[in-house]
Design a protein around this ligand. Structure first.
Ligand SMILES: [Zn+2]
Ligand SMILES: [Zn+2]
Length: 346
């Protein structure tokens, strides 16, 4: 089978690989019907994910059909359409039992697929802990509707969930790329008064507003987001800030646009350490939440997709057959043609 392989820092290649086999009783084998390219794949390519193992097949966001299951897999069956979770988790350790599956202590736990073990930019993928890593897709939901369930939408859903959004709140979301857009869609579920998207890319802001993910789009290169948020909150600032941009100065913007006693939820992954200028923010009494997604709400997300409350399909701007994956990577890395998300069909 054809697969996108991480060769070494700076190099991915399309190679022929043998079809994987079940290794553990809890494994499931999935025939991939659609996968996507994620910014994290570029992080692997650029060598900024030290735990990524050279030689592995990349890809951690995919949907497919269960081909085979190990004897200990009970919840999914061959022939079922499933969304694959970015995170592998045992479901039984201290953290998993508390829903903090991102910190699963099993050696296979965490972001394994397409990073430490073979992922899904190919035709078949072996998924450890199939009962936790796979979620059946309702019949009415298409592959394109379901593709972001296990990664992007899980991240947005988790971020919005821990951000303490109350009805009527003004929510600012920094970054209107795929993660920010999914955070907006999920923040909307909590009935905020308004969602303000902040991004330096006008095209992304326009899409967010057109799709109803955000009510307003602010480009900090043209307008001061702090002043804007104060103007629409009687001088207070945002009630909740979701930082999904991960830019050089976006963490500073995040706490500056927040009102006193706000929650600032950081879902972005930064390249560099950030400074927390406590003397400057003294008296603002902010609550910070940070971290990596606990991707264990995939069934709820698929139900929200089925009932039309979440639709991330407008993020898919480009579709490629797997044979042209290298072209797709090039387009995605160079951000050509207004690309947001690329999907690959094996
Ligand atoms: Zn990803
Ligand atoms: Zn665990």
């Amino acid at each position: 089978m054809l697969a996108v392989v991480y060769k070494e820092k700076g190099k991915f290649a399309l190679e022929e690989r043998p079809r994987p086999r079940l290794e553990e009783p809890t494994d499931a084998l999935v025939r991939v019907t659609l996968s996507s390219i994620c910014t994290s794949d570029l992080h692997i390519l650029h060598g900024s994910v030290p735990r990524a193992v050279p030689g592995i097949i990349v890809g951690h966001e995919m949907v497919g059909v269960v081909e085979e299951t190990g004897p200990a897999v009970e919840k999914v069956h061959p022939g079922q359409r499933v969304a694959v979770n970015v995170e592998t988790f045992c479901g039984d350790c201290f953290y998993c039992r508390r829903g903090f599956v991102n910190n699963c202590t099993d050696q296979r736990g965490g972001w394994a697929l397409g990073c430490r073990i073979d992922g899904g930019q190919t035709l078949y993928v072996r998924v450890p802990f199939g009962d936790n890593g796979l979620t059946p897709i309702p019949e009415e939901v298409s592959d394109e509707q379901a593709i972001f369930t296990g990664d992007l939408l899980s991240t947005g859903y988790w971020g919005a969930r821990i951000a303490d959004i109350r009805p009527g709140d003004t929510v600012a979301v920094l970054g209107a790329g795929p993660t920010g857009a999914c955070a907006m869609m999920c923040a909307r579920l909590y009935n905020p008064g308004r969602i303000v998207a902040v991004d330096i890319d006008d095209r992304r802001l326009r899409l967010a507003v057109e799709q109803g993910w955000a009510d307003e789009g602010i480009n900090p290169a043209k307008q001061d987001p702090c002043a804007f948020l104060q103007a629409c909150t009687h001088g207070r600032g945002a009630d909740v800030v979701l930082e999904a941009a991960g830019g050089a100065d976006t963490f500073q913007t995040a706490w500056q646009i927040a009102r006193p006693n706000a929650t600032v939820c950081v879902i972005a992954l930064y390249d560099r350490p950030q400074s927390l200028p406590l003397p400057d923010m003294y008296g603002k009494n902010l609550t910070f939440k940070t971290g990596g997604v606990d991707a264990c709400h995939t069934a709820e997300i698929l139900e929200l997709i089925r009932t039309g409350k979440i639709d991330a399909t407008p993020l898919i701007t480009h579709r490629y057959p797997l044979e042209r994956a290298m072209e797709a990577y090039d387009l995605f890395a160079q951000k050509r043609e207004g690309v947001i998300k690329v999907v690959l069909r094996p």
